[in-house]
Structure formats: structure tokens, C-alpha cells
Design a binder for this molecule. Structure first.
Ligand code: ADP
Ligand code: MG
Length: 327
């Protein structure tokens, strides 16, 4: 197949026939036009992925298509928002039809799962860089922010943490595990499932929420900063996969703890809720079919973020949150 030019490429891989919910004008004009839902507010997020920085060269394009949407839906989920539309800006080194076809397949499979319409974007030649803007909505005044945690609130985490960083460490040759376990943690790195249904189910229940993209220590830290509070987290209660559990029991325990508590790319939700809302939290988890774990408590401002073990002893390692501009 002849590699397509810019406009043929957009037409062939990104423009799909038929209308979509709330879309008055989609791909093909200078800009898209959408109509707001009465009584709702618009929620917007953008996230970028750069080859060599956010993903390894040679990563399966279908998984990249999935992930660039997934990471943005995760941001919307953390606000309790319903995803609706997306805009995709990409720089590509070439217009390889096989790559584009697989990328579009991964992107649209997840988009269809969540009723998201791709309504525009930009396409240019350059070092492989993907940027997606996700547009969603939330009932007016109900968006869940990072600033609502209160002293005494429980701290909850969905799913499990740390597998993505474990997978990255393995792919980079820092450690090794058996094939089946690698396949499992690699899915967590390359094909995260955004907790959209859970985020929406927690509307009116969660007092503060964030998605764990840069590691628990950093992301919970953002909640504490914006809520002017501290927290005490039981390390043993932080949910981890059986694979990471094995790593935690091994000689490189400290490294494994870093993956669990400070690793990135988890895309789970971390949220707070008053103790009185526990039953409602559990019900939201069940409705969304996502496992929830209570990992700690919000404490007085100034008490910082303290990790303790099951016996209450403070953890004696320094955790580093991920930061692109720190080494
Ligand atoms: P303009 O020159 O006005 O920016 P473009 O030629 O860049 O328009 O894009 C033409 C149309 O195709 C626009 O509607 C734009 O939103 C859409 N588009 C371009 N690239 C993409 C993409 N990667 N995915 C989805 N839509 C795209
Ligand atoms: Mg353009």
C-alpha cells in the first residue's frame, strides 16, 4: 500500500462516518462544534506521550493508540467526568499504513468502549509524539477536585499499584521474571484501563480524587498540598498484584517498594471519603466492578505524608516521585 499524504491519512485512519452524541461538526473543517448538555459543565484534559520518554521505540502501535486515550480518560475519571470527545495531535516520522492502522484500531476500540468521538486534531511530520485532548462533562458544580480532603477521611485506591514500573524495569533489563508474569505486568504498562465508571460512580461520595500517574507518593502528595492536610498510609494495605508481591518478598524489596509507592503509569484512582461514606464507596466499587482498598487516613495539616507498616512502624526508605525536570 502506498503511504498516504497528510489529508488522505486523516481521511483514511481518523475520520469515521456517522454522527456522534453532541457533535454538530466533526473532523474536516477548521474546528469542531459540539453542543453542551444542559446542566453540565465541560471538563478538559490533555496529555502528551513522547517516544523515548513515555514509551519505548518499537512499542506496539495498537497499544499506543489505546494508551494515549486511556491516560486522558484517566484524568477525566479523576474528576468524576463522563468522557465525550477527543482531539488528537500527532507528530509522526512517516505515514506507515501498518503503523497507522494499528494505532487507529487501538484508539477507536477504547473510544467506542466509552462512547468517545474523535472530533479533530492535527497531523505533522516529526519525532513520534502523541497528544490527545479529552473533553467530558460533569453535573454542574460536582466535579471532584484535589482540594476536598478533610481530617479523618479515609484514603482509598482502586485496582493495584506498581506493576507498570515493574514492567518497565524488566523491559529495560534491570530485573527479570517469568514470561507469563511479564505479559501480565506489561499489559498494565502498555494497556492501562482508565477507571471511568468508578470515577463517575464516586460523584457526590469522594471528597477529593486524583489519578495515580506519577506514583502514589507524588499524587497523594498533590491532594494533601491542595487540601492542606497530612496523611498516614499503611504500606501493607496498598494493593499490589501477586507478581509485585513476589518481588516485594525478594532481595530487591526496596526497589519493589519504590514501584509500589512511587512508580508511575498506574492510572488507578486515589480518592478520599468520610468514614460515614464507606458503604457508598464499596457500592461504587462494586457497581464499577473495580477492587477498592482503604490504605490510610487524612491527618492534621503539617503532619506530612507518613508511610507505616502493618505494625505502625514508619517506613525507613526515601521515596522519589517522578518529575520530568528532576534527575
Ligand atoms: P487546519 O489547517 O485548519 O488546522 P488541518 O488540515 O490540520 O486543518 O486538519 C483538517 C481537519 O482534520 C481538521 O478538522 C482537523 O481537526 C482534522 N485532523 C487533523 N489531524 C487529525 C488527527 N490526527 N486526528 C483527527 N483529526 C485530525
Ligand atoms: Mg491543523
Amino acid at each position: 500500500m502506498q503511504p498516504p499524504g497528510e489529508f488522505a491519512l486523516i481521511e483514511r485512519y481518523f475520520r469515521r462516518p456517522g454522527g456522534a452524541d453532541g457533535v454538530l461538526l466533526g473532523i474536516g473543517d477548521d474546528a469542531a462544534i459540539v453542543s453542551p448538555s444542559p446542566g453540565y459543565e465541560t471538563v478538559l484534559a490533555v496529555d502528551m506521550m513522547v517516544e523515548g520518554r513515555h514509551f519505548l521505540p518499537g512499542t506496539d502501535p495498537e497499544r499506543l493508540g489505546h494508551k494515549i486515550l486511556a491516560v486522558n480518560l484517566s484524568d477525566l475519571a479523576a474528576m468524576g467526568a463522563r468522557p465525550r470527545h477527543a482531539l488528537l495531535a500527532c507528530a509522526l516520522p512517516d505515514s506507515d499504513p501498518q503503523w497507522l492502522q494499528a494505532f487507529a484500531r487501538g484508539l477507536f476500540a477504547l473510544a467506542d468502549q466509552h462512547g468517545v468521538a474523535l472530533i479533530g486534531g492535527d497531523t505533522t511530520r516529526g519525532p513520534r509524539t502523541l497528544s490527545l485532548t479529552a473533553v467530558g462533562d460533569v453535573p454542574a458544580g460536582q466535579g471532584v477536585t484535589r482540594s476536598g480532603a478533610r481530617v479523618g477521611d479515609d484514603i482509598w485506591v482502586s485496582g493495584s499499584l506498581g506493576d507498570a514500573m515493574l514492567a518497565l524495569a524488566i523491559l529495560q533489563g534491570e530485573r527479570s521474571i517469568d514470561e507469563a508474569s511479564l505479559a501480565h505486568v506489561r499489559l498494565r504498562l502498555e494497556r492501562p484501563e482508565p477507571r471511568v465508571a468508578l470515577g463517575m460512580a464516586l460523584l457526590g461520595i469522594a471528597s477529593a480524587m486524583i489519578d495515580v500517574s506519577d506514583g502514589l507518593v507524588g499524587d497523594l502528595g498533590h491532594v494533601l498540598e491542595q487540601s492542606h492536610a497530612g496523611a498516614r498510609v499503611d504500606v501493607d494495605a496498598v494493593p499490589r498484584s501477586p507478581t509485585l508481591d513476589v518481588a516485594l518478598a525478594g532481595p530487591a524489596r526496596e526497589r519493589a517498594l519504590q514501584y509500589l509507592l512511587a512508580g508511575g503509569d498506574d492510572y488507578e484512582l486515589c480518592f478520599t471519603a468520610p468514614r460515614t461514606a464507606s458503604a457508598a464507596v464499596r457500592a461504587a466499587g462494586e457497581a464499577a466492578r473495580v477492587k477498592l482498598s482503604r490504605i490510610g487516613t487524612i491527618t492534621e495539616p503539617g503532619s506530612g505524608l507518613v508511610f507505616v507498616d502493618g505494625a505502625g512502624a514508619p517506613l525507613d526508605i526515601t521515596l522519589r516521585a517522578f518529575d520530568h525536570f528532576r534527575t
